[in-house]
Design a protein around this ligand. Structure first.
Ligand code: PLP
Length: 462
């Protein structure tokens, strides 16, 4: 399997290279050259299989023989053994035909674990094979940092440095990062805001000379392996609900579009999907683009669903590449223009997107109302991100006989502030995490100075 860039200029890469690379040299994102197909029989054969077995079968064509089957099976099994539910991602039936796909049973209680538990192990495998080490650097305001740390803490060939804005992340989120005690995990609290932290990570990727030749790896959602790992739960949940014999609809709380793009890939592989509902909070670029063809940046709004607070959806580029029928030049031109001025999609690509995608956006007041309403109707406590999905799914249903699956992207205990604001007494952490608030914390406070941060990374890496 070869991977090509959405902007058409960067060289094609192998799976191993694409996992280690992240962004393409032409500024684009890598996508598979061909979409592997799952036949009707192959989907039917998955009924009753374990999550790890379905994961192996769905991802195998993307790996393209670059890891032998036995080893890859073992990597996958090991990655999903860290989840605290035997089904890994259980389906929870809410009413006659609406289901929650609970993606939050991993080590950090949000769906990013599904991809990052696998990505850490894949990176470690390829680095060991090459006899190389690598450094991961990332900036986080929330879920990604802790999920990346949990995914890499047992890796022999990786050192991970996660920057977070000092005193500006919630206690649970900070502790999920800083309570990890491992020789290769370094938390840096930056005396600045998230943008300062992000800018230092970007500058470090742009000029990596401070690492004297050691590879710097990105684990944000532009990494193809993250998308690949997320395709699996669309297939597994649809099969559990009757695929390939019947269609499923999915509703996805969205920000950078990695999650829902993975669903689209499952559809392109042959999974029968009726529609995708994109749910957003007040940061609604995806909704504005689909509903009004208003493809423009808007100022960031801090919402009760902070992991969906974005200005630009980085992975939307992968869908645009398909909507523009893989015309890399057209995608590059559109995104170049979009950087500087409000833009719009051409008619034909927009029409193609609207065949499969609808969208819905809600504000904070509605998030609180939905948490109350969903609890009253179903007894479930939703986290604020999942709440955007619950409402969007209700508003944008198509054929009522098609099961609707709303992706529950976080456990409510992780965003208990919003649940309390909605009028509930609070949400206890799951029993296996009860000691989180008492554990020792490990982090270093550094000024928002690039040179100091880079010196720290260069000295501490092993
Ligand atoms: C990251 C995240 C999202 C957004 O996912 P994307 O793949 O960026 O669209 C939604 N909910 C939660 C809880 C998240 O952590």
């Amino acid at each position: 399997m070869r991977y090509i860039s959405t902007r058409g200029q960067a060289p094609a890469l192998s799976f191993e290279e694409v996992v280690l690379t992240g962004m393409a040299s032409d500024g684009g994102l890598y996508v598979p050259e061909q979409v592997p197909q799952l036949s009707y029989e192959e989907l039917a054969d998955m009924a009753g299989c374990s999550y790890a077995e379905i994961a192996f079968r769905v991802m195998k064509p993307y790996v393209g023989g670059e890891i032998d089957d036995e080893t890859f099976r073992e990597i996958v099994r090991d990655a999903y053994s860290t989840f605290n539910h035997d089904a890994v991602v259980p389906l929870n039936q809410l009413d006659a035909n609406h289901y929650l796909l609970e993606l939050f049973h991993g080590p950090t209680l949000a769906f990013k674990d599904v991809a990052l538990q696998l990505l850490g192990r894949l990176l470690d495998h390829f680095l060991a094979k090459r006899g190389e080490r690598a450094v991961i650097m990332g900036a986080t305001s929330g879920d990604t940092g802790s999920a990346a740390i949990e995914g890499c803490r047992h890796c022999d060939n990786l050192d991970i440095f996660i920057l977070h804005p000092h005193q500006r992340v919630s206690e649970v989120q900070r502790r999920q990062m800083t309570s990890v005690q491992a020789d290769n995990v370094f938390n840096i609290a930056i005396e600045g805001n998230f943008d300062d932290a992000q800018a230092m990570v970007k500058a470090s990727f742009a000029d990596q000379s401070f690492l004297n030749g050691t590879r710097l790896v990105a684990v944000n959602s532009i990494n193809w392996a993250r998308i690949m790992a997320q395709i699996v739960y669309y297939v597994a949940s649809a099969v559990a609900l009757g695929a390939p014999h019947r269609k499923t609809a999915f509703c996805v709380p969205s920000a950078n579009f990695g999650n829902v793009f993975a669903g689209y890939m499952a559809f392109r592989m042959g999974l029968p999907v009726e529609r995708f509902v994109i749910a957003t909070n007040a940061n609604d670029i995806l909704h504005r683009t689909l509903a009004d063809n208003d493809f423009s940046k808007k100022e960031l709004v801090a919402t009760l669903a902070p992991s969906m607070d974005i200005v630009v959806s980085s992975n939307f580029e992968r869908l645009l590449f398909e909507a523009y029928q893989r015309d890399g030049d057209a995608v590059a031109e559109l995104l170049e223009r979009f950087q500087h001025e409000p833009s719009a999609l051409a008619d034909a690509p927009l029409t193609r997107l609207r065949e499969m995608f609808v969208s819905h956006s809600i504000d904070d007041a509605t998030i609180l109302e939905v948490i109350r309403e969903a609890h009253q109707r179903t007894q479930e406590t939703l986290d604020p991100h999942t709440a955007t999905g619950y409402r969007a799914a209700e508003c944008q249903r198509g054929d009522p006989s098609v099961p609707m699956v709303t992706l529950a992207t976080a456990h409510p205990a992780k965003f208990a502030e919003a649940v309390v604001k909605a009028g509930f007494p609070g949400v206890p952490l799951p029993p296996h995490m009860e000691d989180l608030l008492e554990c020792d914390e490990h982090y270093t406070v550094l000024p928002a100075e690039l040179a100091e941060v880079q010196q720290f990374v260069a000295e501490k890496r092993r």
